[in-house]
Ligand binder design. Structure first.
Ligand code: ZN
Length: 98
């Protein structure tokens, strides 16, 4: 009976991990598997996990380098970055446009 209870618990964690992963723009299925196999750690990992493509980016107005939104200075040309008015671009989209 304990085994059955564990399976229910693991599946609950799996479901929660999958939903969290999906919200963060990752795969529901992958995080469902991770959180089912290692219930507590998997769910925590899904919560802490930050998808790189969810990270807000913008282009440096001077050299066009993709910088993180919260960077105050461009890491390439060192120019001061103001908070952007233009819509944000994902790093993948920005590098594809080049
Ligand atoms: Zn720059």
């Amino acid at each position: 009976m304990a085994g059955g209870a564990y399976v229910v618990l693991a599946l609950s964690f799996g479901l929660a991990g999958g939903i969290v992963g999906k919200i963060k723009g990752s795969s529901f299925f992958i995080w469902f598997i991770v959180a089912t196999v290692v219930p507590v750690i998997g769910l925590l990992t899904a919560i802490v996990y930050r998808s790189e493509r969810d990270e807000p980016h913008r282009l440096c107005p001077t050299c066009g380098r993709v910088c993180k939104l919260h960077d105050a200075l461009c890491v390439r040309c060192g120019c001061e970055l103001e908070f952007p008015d233009e819509p944000l671009v994902a790093e993948s989209a920005a590098s594809a446009a080049r």
